[in-house]
Design a protein around this ligand. Structure first.
Ligand SMILES: Nc1ccn([C@@H]2O[C@H](COP(=O)(O)OP(=O)(O)OP(=O)(O)O)[C@@H](O)[C@H]2O)c(=O)n1
Ligand SMILES: C[C@](O)(CO)[C@H](O)COP(=O)(O)O
Length: 225
């Protein structure tokens, strides 16, 4: 198999739950837009990873202006820019279309800027041997499905990155979109391929609602040297 490694960072959403004028992926943490933090995490985990950034057409000029403003950081994270889709499925699909040939591809939410290098590295290593690696954590809360308590030990909360052999992901994405496709693993599983879960971390939050920004700033504080 080819040793090419790609990361598709999806940032094509509208961020409606954040209720912010500025799309959430551009909100600054420590003076730097969230998206730069996320892209840097991948490059720092493995310099050879080729980055593909998925952004709505309407946000691309603004992103270019941010790249000029933060030129020193931007040059550390060279990337292809790809148009966002109407849904996350379509954004992943657009990113995937940019990849020619085989290798490994990780899909990661642009708004998960705290993913650790070890998690990224483990995801590529596992996908290399098993075909897929989907980051997850155990539930800390009790869980009920349709009101019925379930054994919490059977529950895993799914995060990103979700990493696959390119050929598997391309085959899976040849399908029609279903409303049950909330992530890339669900697309791959529906195509009949096995999903291998690996450990993530509780700090790998998806910045979704305003209180997530409070937590994000606390995490930055923790790692400030
Ligand atoms: N059409 C879409 C929808 C979502 N995403 C991306 O998928 C990730 C996870 O989605 P979410 O947190 O739900 O982002 P939004 O869709 O932007 O937020 P909301 O659902 O609150 O509108 C985000 O990085 C988001 O930009 C995307 O690339 N294309
Ligand atoms: C992909 C994901 O982050 C895994 O937890 C999640 O499914 C994205 O969901 P969202 O509704 O698009 O935020």
């Amino acid at each position: 198999m080819s040793s090419n490694k790609y990361a598709i960072v999806v940032a094509g959403g509208s961020g409606s739950r954040m209720q912010s004028q500025l799309p959430k992926q551009f909100i600054e943490l420590d003076g730097l837009p969230i998206l730069f933090h996320t892209l840097l995490r991948f490059k720092k985990a493995d310099e050879s990873i080729q980055l593909i950034l998925v952004l709505p057409k309407a946000h691309q000029a603004y992103w270019q202006s941010l790249c000029e403003k933060h030129a020193a950081v931007a040059q550390q994270v060279p990337h292809w820019l790809v148009d966002g889709g109407q849904t996350r499925f379509q954004s992943s699909q657009n990113g995937l279309a940019r990849i020619e040939g085989d290798g490994l591809v990780s899909i990661h939410d642009g708004v998960r800027p705290f993913v650790e290098a070890t998690v990224i590295q483990n995801s590529y290593q596992t996908a290399q041997t098993l075909g897929s690696a989907v980051v997850s954590v155990p539930s800390k809360d009790s869980v009920r499905v349709n009101g019925v308590a379930v054994d919490r030990a059977t529950v895993r909360l799914i995060q990103t990155p979700q990493t696959f052999q390119v050929s598997i992901l391309k085959k899976a994405f040849e399908t029609e979109e279903l409303s049950t496709f909330t992530d890339d693993a669900s697309v791959v599983e529906a195509a009949g391929f096995p999903i291998h879960l690996i450990d993530g971390s509780y700090e790998n939050i998806k910045i979704t609602t305003p209180e997530d920004l409070l937590f994000a700033n606390m995490l930055l504080e923790k790692y400030r040297d």
